[in-house]
Write a protein that binds this ligand. Structure first.
Ligand code: CA
Length: 229
């Protein structure tokens, strides 16, 4: 599936132009006009990258950036700050608020696409052999899993499911997508068996008394989400 880019921009023509150019490059996009709307959006589905305009009505882009960094699900979300202000002080403030990159208006669509692609590549390279979320650590070299430092024993299917869910905490993965990830070679797996594997995974993760952080989204699938409670 192609990467999902969240565009937070209150000026409709600029937002539409950005959307058009990103979609032409094969990205999926979601648009938010205010900071509040953007923060609600990421609660539904965590994007792969966010482009945030500095000047927004009500909450500023800087404020949105800080809030995204403060939340568990979007702590590592790649963010490009968009602004008409090109002074060095602004640039520093934007980066301090947590933006990864900075694009000054007016910009060429080609430049923006190049920045988006570069940032996505960079964030793909990060993470290496370990993934961590809400106290759960998976070691992708040894396939060992711990929660709050205590070992958790998972079946290979349970491990694969957890590994997939932890790629984007907060994002809802459909049964079909999860199935695609766990199905290996000639093993046939019914979509409904994903539910069974999720139930087992839940049980294993919560065996030592931790909160249940797997969110079931009726009709849609599953997400790992520490903020569900
Ligand atoms: Ca604006």
């Amino acid at each position: 599936m192609s990467s999902l880019i969240l565009i937070v921009e209150d000026e409709a023509p600029l937002a539409e132009m950005l959307r058009y150019n990103l979609e032409r490059e094969g990205f999926r996009t979601v648009l938010a006009i205010t900071g509040e709307e953007a923060l609600n959006r990421v609660g539904v589905e965590v994007p792969d990258l966010a482009i945030v305009d500095w000047m927004l009505p009500e909450r500023s882009g800087i404020d949105v950036c800080r809030e995204l960094r403060a939340r568990t699900g979007t702590k590592n979300l790649p963010i490009i700050m968009l602004t008409a202000r090109g002074e060095e002080g602004d640039r520093v403030l934007g980066l301090e608020a947590g933006a990864d990159d900075y694009v000054v208006k007016p910009y060429s669509p080609r430049e923006m696409i190049a920045r988006v692609q570069a940032l996505l590549r960079r964030s793909d390279l990060q993470g290496g052999g370990k993934k961590e979320y809400a106290g759960i650590v998976i070691d992708q070299d040894t396939h060992k899993v711990t929660r709050d430092g205590k070992a958790i024993s998972l079946s290979p299917t349970g491990y694969k499911l957890l590994e997939t869910l932890m790629e984007k905490p907060g994002r809802v993965y459909s049964r079909e997508r999860l199935l695609g990830r766990v199905r290996g070679g000639d093993v046939f797996v019914e979509p409904r068996t994903v539910d069974v594997h999720i139930r087992r995974l839940r049980k294993a993760l919560n065996a030592q008394g931790g909160a249940d952080i797997i969110r079931t989204v009726r009709g849609a699938g599953y997400a790992i989400d520490a903020e569900k409670a």
